[in-house]
Structure formats: structure tokens, C-alpha cells
Design a protein around this ligand. Structure first.
Ligand code: FAD
Length: 375
């Protein structure tokens, strides 16, 4: 176990080295689970105790170093959000699903985004009718990672009409339940994440498939999406670091004039700005890892997400430019840049998280006036 906000430990991941760089998220998840590595992401190796920031960063760094953005997305969503949400379930069926996920036997899809705008979550249409002994789910979820490979769907559904915070409940839906239909999203960029669309056509299940307490769907989501935002920022640091390392090697090796591209002051300035941006993101991660994981500080989580979206976009755009034509090679930086645009959209678009930061303007400003304390 590890704790605190120290550097990620990306050692001990030899189990991943047997997989090809093109391995899908599901294969990576299976390898992590089989090797007992998934539990590194949690305090004391136990999901309900919450994410361990150092363990989480180590896992994401190890996966990012070896596999595509799509595959890392598949792992990240499960580690940071799906398993912690699943662990709020106390019924045997929920515990069994969690055990299977931890050991890599199944992947879990976290299906919050509906057919309505994903940024307008309380408008979601998927319904659950809860009866004395049974429940029935009807609706559709679009653009969900791990859909094509999932053993189970965690479905955020409404049990009452209207937008009130207490009208939503999580349901655990086995992928092989009658009435579940899955189709892959038309996305070459994210195929390896298993992203797809799923419909629930009157899916009837025993009542023990209600996950956690009825009406607690959104509070649980808000609590755990914070960890996903932290994970995104940690992953952003790892991704930017490796892209910058590759780019430095490239510009140093690319002849120009009497030397290389690296001798051009304009190139050095651009690169240095990227280094500063990543350092800033890394410092924010260090400051906010514990507020997010221990106190579920939603403003800290929104700040991390806003910073990660902006920094990753800046660094990938600048590095893409510095690669010139070579950046357009298959699997090259321009492809990575297109995938990395998800940092500003998935799990909360930039505008939405900036709105949350603006909502906390007074407390952030008050915190800035106190030297040495966190807003
Ligand atoms: C590869 C991939 C994997 C995904 N995996 C999952 C998953 O596992 N689980 C899941 O639940 N979802 C998943 N999603 C969905 C993702 O979370 C949503 O795409 C995201 O929440 C944005 O919702 P949307 O795409 O419906 O954008 P829309 O709501 O249609 O918004 C589009 C754009 O409108 C603008 N906008 C929207 N709202 C505002 C606002 N309030 N203020 C200002 N501008 C605004 C923004 O520029 C935004 O990007 C995934 C998506 C992708 C692409």
C-alpha cells in the first residue's frame, strides 16, 4: 500500500510487458486483474476505503507508458469510478461482480451518459421501475467506454420524473440479461476502449440489482467523479511527460542549419512553456490529491479537470507542431492529439468544470488571500 502525494511508482508492472502495444483496454484490464495489480489503486488494497493517489498514479503511468490512450481510458474509468461505485453495493450480486472485476475476469462499464446531452446529466431518460421484488430498466446509453466487452453495466437511471438530485439510482445490469443490446460506437480512435452504445429494452432483474440506496445515484456519482478527475490529471501529467520526452528527442535529432531544430530559440521557448504547464499540473495534482480522495472536495476536482483539459490540449498541440510532417505517421502524435482531446470533453466538458470553479469563486479567492493554505 502507498499513501500521500509522492511520485507515482510505476515499477512492478512486468505482467503488462507480455501484451502488445496495441492491446485493447479489456486485455490490459484482464492482465492487471490476474496479476493482482488493480488493488494497488486503493488504500489497503480495498476498494471501499477509497483511491490511493500514489497507487492510482502508478497504475495510470504504467498503463499509459505501454498502451494507447483508448486502452488507458478503459482502465482509468474502471479504476477511478466504476469499481468505487460498484463497491457501494452491499448485495451478494454486487460483491460477486466486484470480485470478478478486481481479478480481471470481467470489465465494468459505467453508463451515466444518456441519449440526452451528456453535459445535462439530470435530463437523462433511462428509467428504472422498482417493484417489491424486481426492477425493470428501459432506455439507452451512448458513448460508454467498455461497452463492447463489459460483463456488467452500472446504469444511472431515474426512478422518478424530474431533475431533482434524489430522483436517480444506480442499477447493476449484467450484460447478458435479456433485453440488453450492445453496439460498438463508430470510432476508430477509441475502438480499443470498447466504447459503444447500449439499449435496455424492458430489462427485468431481481431487486438486489439496485446498487446502494434508492435516490443516492447522483450523490454517489458526484463523490466518485472527483476521483476520475484526479485520475485524469495524473494521467495527463504522465501523458504530457512522455510526449515531451519523445518530442525533445525528435527536435534534437532533426538536422537544421548547422545543428538541429532544438537550437532554434522559438522551438526552445515553445517547449519550455510546455514544461512549465506540466509542472503546474503536477503541482496541482500534489496539492489536491488528498482533498479529492479524502474529503471529496468537488471544487478541487473541478480545478484539476479544467487544468488537465487545458494543459494536455496545449502540450499536444505544441508538440504536434514541432513534429512537422512526421507527426502524421500512423500512430504518430497527431493521432494521439486527436484522442487526447477527450481530456477536455469526457467525464465533464471544460465548460462544465469551469462553471463549477466559477461557482466557488469567493471561497477560492478567500483561500488565495491566506498564504500557505489551500483554497
Ligand atoms: C471515447 C469516449 C468514452 C466515453 N466513456 C464514457 C463512460 O464510460 N461513461 C459515461 O457515462 N460517459 C462516457 N462518455 C461520454 C462523455 O462523458 C460525454 O461525451 C461528456 O460528458 C460530454 O457529453 P456530450 O458528448 O453529450 O456533449 P454535449 O453535452 O453534447 O456538449 C457538447 C459541447 O457543448 C458545449 N457545452 C455543453 N454544455 C455546456 C455548458 N453547460 N456550458 C458551456 N458549453 C457547454 C461544450 O463545448 C461541450 O463539449 C465517453 C465519451 C467518449 C467520446
Amino acid at each position: 500500500m502507498s499513501s500521500g502525494t509522492g511520485a507515482p511508482d510505476a515499477t512492478g508492472y512486468a505482467a503488462l510487458d507480455a501484451l502488445p502495444r496495441t492491446a485493447s483496454g479489456a486485455l490490459v484490464w484482464a492482465a492487471l486483474g490476474r496479476a493482482g495489480l488493480v488493488t494497488r489503486g486503493y488504500h489497503d488494497g480495498v476498494v471501499p476505503t477509497g483511491a490511493d493517489p500514489v497507487g492510482l498514479a502508478g497504475l495510470l503511468t504504467a498503463v499509459d507508458a505501454r498502451f494507447s490512450i483508448a486502452s488507458t481510458l478503459s482502465v482509468s474509468v474502471q479504476l477511478a469510478t466504476a469499481l468505487p461505485v460498484l463497491a457501494t453495493g452491499r448485495t451478494p450480486v454486487a460483491r460477486h461482480a466486484l470480485e470478478r472485476a478486481l481479478t480481471g475476469q470481467v470489465t465494468i462499464a459505467l453508463a451515466a451518459t444518456d441519449v440526452t446531452a451528456g453535459t445535462d446529466l439530470t435530463a437523462l431518460r433511462t428509467r428504472v421501475r422498482i417493484e417489491d421484488d424486481a426492477l425493470e430498466v428501459a432506455g439507452e446509453k451512448n458513448w460508454i467506454a467498455n461497452t463492447t466487452t463489459a460483463g456488467y453495466f452500472l446504469v444511472l437511471a431515474r426512478h422518478r420524473p424530474g431533475r431533482h438530485f434524489t430522483h436517480f439510482t444506480w442499477v447493476l445490469v449484467p450484460a447478458d440479461a435479456p433485453g440488453v443490446t450492445v453496439r460498438p460506437a463508430d470510432s476508430a480512435l477509441f475502438a480499443a476502449s470498447g466504447v459503444g452504445h447500449v439499449t435496455f429494452d424492458g430489462v427485468r432483474l431481481d431487486r438486489d440489482h439496485v446498487l446502494g440506496r434508492i435516490g443516492f445515484g447522483l450523490p454517489v456519482f458526484v463523490r466518485h467523479i472527483g476521483t476520475e478527475r484526479l485520475a485524469g490529471a495524473q494521467w495527463g501529467v504522465a501523458l504530457c511527460r512522455r510526449v515531451l520526452e519523445d518530442t525533445l528527442r525528435h527536435v534534437r535529432g532533426r538536422p537544421h542549419g548547422e545543428g538541429s531544430l532544438w537550437d532554434l530559440e522559438g522551438v526552445r521557448q515553445r517547449f519550455a512553456t510546455c514544461l512549465v504547464r506540466v509542472r503546474e499540473l503536477q503541482a496541482l495534482v500534489a496539492q489536491y490529491a488528498e482533498p479529492v480522495t479524502l474529503r471529496h472536495d468537488t471544487t478541487a476536482a473541478a480545478t484539476l479537470k479544467a487544468a488537465a483539459g487545458s494543459t494536455v490540449n496545449h502540450v499536444l498541440t505544441e508538440c504536434g507542431q514541432l513534429w512537422g510532417a512526421a507527426g502524421f505517421a500512423t500512430g504518430g502524435i497527431q493521432e494521439v492529439r486527436a484522442q487526447a482531446a477527450l481530456f477536455g470533453i469526457g467525464g465533464g466538458a471544460n465548460e462544465v468544470v469551469l462553471g463549477a470553479v466559477a461557482d466557488a469563486a469567493e471561497s477560492i479567492l478567500a483561500g488565495l488571500a491566506l498564504p500557505g493554505t489551500l483554497p
